[in-house]
Design a protein around this ligand. Structure first.
Ligand code: ZN
Length: 173
């Protein structure tokens, strides 16, 4: 396993639409292992493959609390089949937009179809933080970031801040 670099705003790759996974082979399993290591190392609770620069429809997640054993979950080619009209608001953050948090309103419940690590078809009903996290990560696969769900003014402000920071880093390099 290896840590991979997490790409950050304003990296244009974050806007790519990721491609469905065809075959679950050794290379994909290596990617999944690396994504877990990278996610735990960050630390974060969810990661989409595009955040390590790979435009494949793969998500890793672990919503276990600190005092609970790890609960690694993989979602390959996830698809939202249904979402509730009821909405829920959570404060979201993103490893690609570090140290920025904002409240986002989304459907409170979703039903998601996906392939597991062995390529078996699965369906899951999610609510609470799990539903929010799944929607946040599936958005990544479609080139959508959580800041796209906040006000235009706030979004413009955070994009500007990260663009400036990237320029500064470039100048220092
Ligand atoms: Zn994210």
């Amino acid at each position: 396993m290896a840590l991979r670099d997490i790409i950050k705003l304003p990296d244009k790759r974050l806007r790519l639409v990721s491609k469905p996974v065809g075959k679950i082979d050794a290379e994909l399993r290596r990617l999944i292992d690396d994504m877990f290591e990278t996610m735990y190392g960050a630390p974060g609770i969810g990661l989409a493959a595009i955040q390590v620069g790979i435009a494949k429809r793969v998500i890793t997640m672990d919503l276990a609390k600190k005092d609970e054993p790890r609960d690694p979950q993989v979602f390959i080619n996830p698809e939202i089949l249904w979402c509730s009209e009821e909405r829920a608001t959570y404060e979201e953050g993103c490893l690609s937009i570090p140290e920025y948090y904002e409240e986002v309103e989304r459907p409170a419940q979703v039903k998601v179809a996906y392939l597991d690590r062995d390529g078996a078809k699965q369906e899951i009903d999610a609510n609470g933080l799990f539903a929010t996290c799944l929607q946040h990560e599936i958005d990544h696969l479609n080139g959508v970031l959580f800041i796209d769900h906040i006000s235009k003014l706030k979004r413009a402000r955070v994009i500007k801040k990260f663009a400036k920071a990237a320029k500064r880093a470039e100048a220092d390099a």
